[in-house]
Write a protein that binds this ligand. Sequence first.
Ligand SMILES: *[C@@H]1O[C@H](CO)[C@@H](O)[C@H](O)[C@H]1NC(C)=O
Ligand SMILES: *[C@@H]1O[C@H](CO)[C@@H](O)[C@H](O)[C@H]1NC(C)=O
Ligand SMILES: *[C@@H]1O[C@H](CO)[C@@H](O)[C@H](O)[C@H]1NC(C)=O
Ligand SMILES: *[C@@H]1O[C@H](CO)[C@@H](O)[C@H](O)[C@H]1NC(C)=O
Ligand SMILES: *[C@@H]1O[C@H](CO)[C@@H](O)[C@H](O)[C@H]1NC(C)=O
Ligand SMILES: *[C@@H]1O[C@H](CO)[C@@H](O)[C@H](O)[C@H]1NC(C)=O
Ligand SMILES: *[C@@H]1O[C@H](CO)[C@@H](O)[C@H](O)[C@H]1NC(C)=O
Ligand SMILES: *[C@@H]1O[C@H](CO)[C@@H](O)[C@H](O)[C@H]1NC(C)=O
Ligand SMILES: *[C@@H]1O[C@H](CO)[C@@H](O)[C@H](O)[C@H]1NC(C)=O
Ligand SMILES: *[C@@H]1O[C@H](CO)[C@@H](O)[C@H](O)[C@H]1NC(C)=O
Ligand SMILES: *[C@@H]1O[C@H](CO)[C@@H](O)[C@H](O)[C@H]1NC(C)=O
Length: 539
Amino acid sequence: MINFFLLLALIPAVFCATAEQWRGRSIYQLIVDRYALPSSANTTSCNPGDQTWCGGTWTTIRENLDYIQNAGFTAIWISPVSQNYEGPRTVYGDAYHGYWIADVTKLNDRFGTADDLKALSDELHKRGMYLMVDVVVNDVMATSTQPDLSTYYFTDWSQYHPYCPIDWGNTTSEQDCWLGDTKVPLPDLNTTNPTVVDGYTAWITPLVEQFNIDGLRIDAAKHVDKQFWPVFCGAAGVYCIGEVFDDDPVNVAIYQGPDALNATLNYPVYGALVDAFAIPGTQNMSALTDMIALNKQLFKDPGLLGNFLEDQDVPRWGNLSVDPQSLYNAMIFNFMSDGIPIVYYGQEQGFHGGGDPWNREPLWTSGYANSTSYQLVATLNQLRNFLVNGTSGWLNSTMEVLTTTDKGIGFVKGDIVTVLTNIGSPPQNVSIAVYTPWSVNTVLTNILTCEQWQVGSNGTVEMEYSKGGEPAIFAPNSLLPGSGLCGFSGSVKTTTPGSGSSQGAAASSALIELKRPSTLMSAFVLFVLMFFGLFGTVA
Ligand SMILES: *[C@@H]1O[C@H](CO)[C@@H](O)[C@H](O)[C@H]1NC(C)=O
Ligand SMILES: *[C@@H]1O[C@H](CO)[C@@H](O)[C@H](O)[C@H]1NC(C)=O
Ligand SMILES: *[C@@H]1O[C@H](CO)[C@@H](O)[C@H](O)[C@H]1NC(C)=O
Ligand SMILES: *[C@@H]1O[C@H](CO)[C@@H](O)[C@H](O)[C@H]1NC(C)=O
Ligand SMILES: *[C@@H]1O[C@H](CO)[C@@H](O)[C@H](O)[C@H]1NC(C)=O
Ligand SMILES: *[C@@H]1O[C@H](CO)[C@@H](O)[C@H](O)[C@H]1NC(C)=O
Ligand SMILES: *[C@@H]1O[C@H](CO)[C@@H](O)[C@H](O)[C@H]1NC(C)=O
Ligand SMILES: *[C@@H]1O[C@H](CO)[C@@H](O)[C@H](O)[C@H]1NC(C)=O
Ligand SMILES: *[C@@H]1O[C@H](CO)[C@@H](O)[C@H](O)[C@H]1NC(C)=O
Ligand SMILES: *[C@@H]1O[C@H](CO)[C@@H](O)[C@H](O)[C@H]1NC(C)=O
Ligand SMILES: *[C@@H]1O[C@H](CO)[C@@H](O)[C@H](O)[C@H]1NC(C)=O
């Protein structure tokens, strides 16, 4: 008897989370080396162009979690934790990013010890947050096409595909040939070889257990045969989201399902957001509405996909699009549509580096400022976290497009209507009328400005852009008690409607502004004025 209870006590607490538990999360992606420095460090020398280590560690992340949690994120995704290449500097610099795997089963001691990683995991769980770890199993890194295999986890050539350069567009070649180039080749594991499958499962199960990892982000998932994933992720026992770097949802959607992964990163929608919102750009709004329809049709569960605007492989949004309103509008799509929102560190600070390595800036140069973008992210997370936990049905509902024009889109998910535009900051004599599911005179709050609105005749809400292309998120006031947003209570749900519910007399106008604009709104307007050099003449 005593032995039995002793045994129970020895079973470690299990935190690992399923796909269903991830659905309501909001993820902050970071590169370990670039998120935070030890407080004693020299902060003047981290040029992304140098492609070398800058000094971030698992411990410095743990010491700086308030910044992430205060923005409302409920999970972090960290760059790979496995031991990387440590040889002479290559033409692409050093392995500061963590994706150049040497022995996958050893921890990267540049970033700390096992105790440090465990302490990070423990601190996250103490805060009610999840830990997602990036894993690379498709390949290892080498400096020739004939490396000495004895230093890797898999030491026999029969466990690798023979070297060949990838013939892009040929699926077999994309899976069997080697990523990288001849200067830095990435030897490709044969993931149909049973010794490779067994080796990887024997590694991932205890890794997830030892560090209480809640989810895995899978690098280069498209370059591995699909059949490998249910076995690997089954052994991990946690949500797996894979990188299938492809704009075409036909090619990506096949990687979601019981015969593949729980989810993929939403590259198709990312591409469509660039098409629809980037300035300068095609500003092709139908690319987005078409993609929404295709995604619904092709993916088994769009609600589990990872929605993003930036990552370590694509240029920062601010590098593709110079107008801050385009960032705000596109970012809001990722939070208010189907899928799990992911923000890449620095996006909340308006970083604007180009492609690799310029998109891997140190975050500390921002001073971790409470910037306009940071505050927007915090508001979006506060709303989404509230909808996830405080209301029924939002999370599992499917978004529906209500209105689309070449300048904007209005859509509903659950009880929330979002209206976005691609016109950017300069005011335009343009409006977007959205026929909502709400009845005439329903009182709404635009949670981005806290302005009160009222649904007009025929259920219409109409945005006009004479102050520039600001986004809007409308919630019925009856929904908001408990949200802590716009003056509504922060915890207890009450049935008291917000102020302004008796303004029916003015219903002949499609929308009625009942409150003065919030400070955030004023900040937007001020920014727009400054942006276009009009500040002097107005002030
Ligand atoms: C900090 O880095 C700068 C630039 O590399 C260097 O000039 C300076 O001496 C360093 N300071 C310390 C205290 O290491
Ligand atoms: C695709 O790539 C594989 C592997 O390199 C090769 O054997 C095959 O011939 C290629 N197919 C086509 C149509 O080129
Ligand atoms: C991968 O390994 C399996 C099993 O060992 C073998 O049958 C197959 O030919 C290998 N594939 C390639 C492309 O080398
Ligand atoms: C997630 O993937 C695991 C492993 O393949 C599987 O057991 C589980 O059912 C999947 N969950 C969902 C919701 O797809
Ligand atoms: C807009 O995107 C759609 C794809 O959804 C495409 O068919 C159309 O040609 C694009 N229009 C322009 C002007 O690029
Ligand atoms: C885009 O990135 C490149 C490289 O970092 C940089 O030179 C360029 O100024 C950036 N463009 C913008 C608009 O930020
Ligand atoms: C950022 O500033 C806003 C507006 O002043 C404030 O409400 C919020 O608490 C601040 N956030 C942090 C983390 O300081
Ligand atoms: C929802 O509530 C649960 C239980 O209180 C908590 O663990 C979780 O973090 C909350 N989720 C969000 C997104 O706030
Ligand atoms: C959402 O749907 C899934 C099944 O697809 C179910 O397991 C889950 O409990 C639902 N969540 C909520 C919040 O209703
Ligand atoms: C805005 O457009 C409408 C309809 O096209 C027109 O009637 C109105 O005069 C325009 N207003 C301004 C200020 O240009
Ligand atoms: C009322 O809304 C519907 C769409 O829901 C639209 O087709 C119709 O034209 C609208 N009627 C008026 C008078 O605006």
